[in-house]
Write a new protein. Structure first.
Length: 531
């Protein structure tokens, strides 16, 4: 009799589990992933009305429908073949009563310059199409530990826009051209083109980009999403194809400030193997306790704050951009902030020395990365030669002048490099952004991130209307862009910049502004704009 009762009970439990799973899958089939937030997805999974596996499948189906077909955005370059299995395992953990935090079961897309074990990491270049790292990058390991599901890899501007002098953003020889989802013949900016487009078009809940100077901020701005460039050192660079030891960082891109804050908590950690992480040791209490950046989400964060508007960056922007920036200032004032016009002394005076630094550091960093990679190309000269031999496939739109200039540089002990690095940091940081913050007792400096997206045209390369984010990039300090407005349906953003490790404060300010303006719009995939 006991055996029969046990059998009936087991059958009942199996029925309930299967019924719940089928119910969740049916719910996922009708769930609208467009603008689905991380928090909403997490709430539904906690309530049992959605599973990570069903959510992952929904995103994969959307990628197939509008990235591979339909408007063919071309944002996702590879699909992780294990994505559904990873989601299934995380669902099993949840059913067993274990959740790993706010990112448990959340599907993301990772830029194609970040190592993922067994998957190609190419920086968009056919020269590295054979590079399959044996281990995950440090941040990928962190995200897996946090319960993330990796859907696949995002296309990018080849070599993160550091190959030719007149490159076109969003194009790579391995991935082709990524399109702006608002107007398809417009450029997505770069180099984190696919990451920003994937976020804007709801191909993933959130995405990972990387930045040296503008590669998170610019594509996030022209694709109408939120992008955060962390303080250099807050997020490990180990396992990321490098450009600059001084300026490189990975960072989160999402449709809302809250989504970006959630993902930053999974990325931020001290990595003893990354020298820049030493500065983060006292900023992150413990790698086993991820920082909670969502605690900074405060609707009243603007009240009592002093903000500096950097109007230098608006000198050549459209009338709609200037009007939106002026409206933003009034919005902040009504929210209790004091907003004053400010200038950064010698703005962009560091551009020459910055390029010198990047050329030196790229040569050093890429040679070290390639030497230990699984690619047949083991050095920068080998890649240069490969590109020449395959010019019809990789050099048809622009050249490799930056590669050749970098190869001509000496070691990092050269006096020219040491002086250039010190000058860049001083002009952009101590005598630039940081001096402005201190002089006017500011909590943050704001600037228009970019103007509207330009047409994608390979002759002559990009034509971006650059904002003021470069100071934070060169100084190694954080910045975050949030949607500000649009011009004829083409979005643009507002950047908040602050001192090193001021991410919580910038997140709070950006969130308060976002909640007051709600400027984000869902893309419509228009083929072009009427004249």
């Amino acid at each position: 009799m006991k055996t029969v009762v046990v059998s009936i009970f087991v059958a009942f439990v199996v029925f309930v589990v299967q019924h719940d799973s089928l119910s969740a899958q049916r719910a996922a089939a009708t769930v609208n992933v467009v603008d689905l937030s991380v928090a909403d997805a997490q709430r539904r999974m906690t309530a049992g009305t959605l599973t990570s596996q069903a959510l992952t499948r929904a995103y994969l189906e959307r990628i197939a429908a509008i990235d591979d077909k339909g408007p063919q955005l071309n944002a996702v370059i590879d699909i992780n073949p294990a994505a559904l299995k990873e989601a299934e395992a995380l669902d099993a953990e949840r059913r067993a009563g274990r959740t790993r935090g706010p990112l448990h079961g959340i599907p993301i897309v990772v830029k194609d310059n970040i190592d993922m074990a067994g998957m190609i990491n190419s920086a968009g270049s056919l020269a590295l199409a054979d590079n399959r790292p044996k281990a995950d990058a440090f941040i990928v390991s962190r995200l897996r530990d946090a319960g993330i599901v990796i859907l696949g890899r995002a296309n990018l501007s080849e070599w993160a826009n550091f190959r030719g002098a007149r490159s076109t953003s969003g194009w790579s020889s391995r991935g082709g051209q990524t399109k702006n989802p608002y107007v398809l013949d417009r450029n997505p900016c770069g180099s984190s083109s696919g990451s920003a487009v994937a976020a804007a078009a709801s191909l993933a809940a959130v995405t990972i980009g990387t930045e040296t100077n503008g590669s998170i901020i610019c594509p996030s701005s022209v694709n109408g999403v939120v992008g955060l460039k962390p303080t250099v050192g807050l997020v490990s660079r180990r396992g990321i194809i490098p450009i600059s030891e001084s300026q490189d960082t990975a960072g989160p891109i999402g449709r809302t400030v809250a989504d970006v804050a959630a993902l930053l908590g999974g990325l931020a950690a001290v990595d003893a193997a990354d020298p820049a992480s030493r500065d983060a040791v006292n900023r992150i209490p413990s790698n086993s306790i991820p920082p909670d950046y969502m605690a900074a989400l405060d609707r009243n964060a603007l009240k009592g704050r002093r903000i500096g508007m950097l109007r230098q960056a608006m000198a050549v922007t459209d009338k709609e951009v200037v009007a939106a920036a002026n409206a933003a200032v009034e919005t902040m004032r009504r929210a209790g902030a004091t907003v004053i016009d400010v200038e950064i002394a010698g703005a962009r005076g560091w551009s020459g020395t910055e390029m010198e630094v990047l050329l030196y550091e790229f040569k050093d960093g890429i040679n070290r990365y390639l030497a230990s990679s699984t690619s047949a190309q083991k050095s920068l000269p080998a890649v240069i030669d490969w590109n020449r031999a395959n010019a019809s496939r990789v050099l048809q739109h622009f050249g490799q002048e930056l590669f050749e200039l970098a190869q001509a540089k000496g070691p990092l002990t050269d006096t020219a490099y040491v002086n250039a690095r010190e000058t860049s940091r001083r002009l952009a940081g101590r005598e630039g952004l940081l001096a402005t913050l201190a002089r006017d007792r500011l909590d943050a400096v704001i600037s228009v991130s970019t103007g509207p997206a330009w047409k994608t045209e390979y002759k002559g390369g990009d034509r971006p209307r650059v904002g003021g984010y470069g100071a934070a990039a060169v100084a190694g300090t954080p910045s975050i862009t949030v949607p500000l407005g649009d011009s004829r349906g083409l979005p643009f953003g507002l950047t908040f910049m602050g001192p090193a490790f001021s991410e919580p404060q910038l997140i709070g300010l950006a969130y308060a502004f976002e909640q007051l303006t709600h400027a984000h719009r869902v893309p419509r995939f228009l083929p072009t704009l009427e004249p």
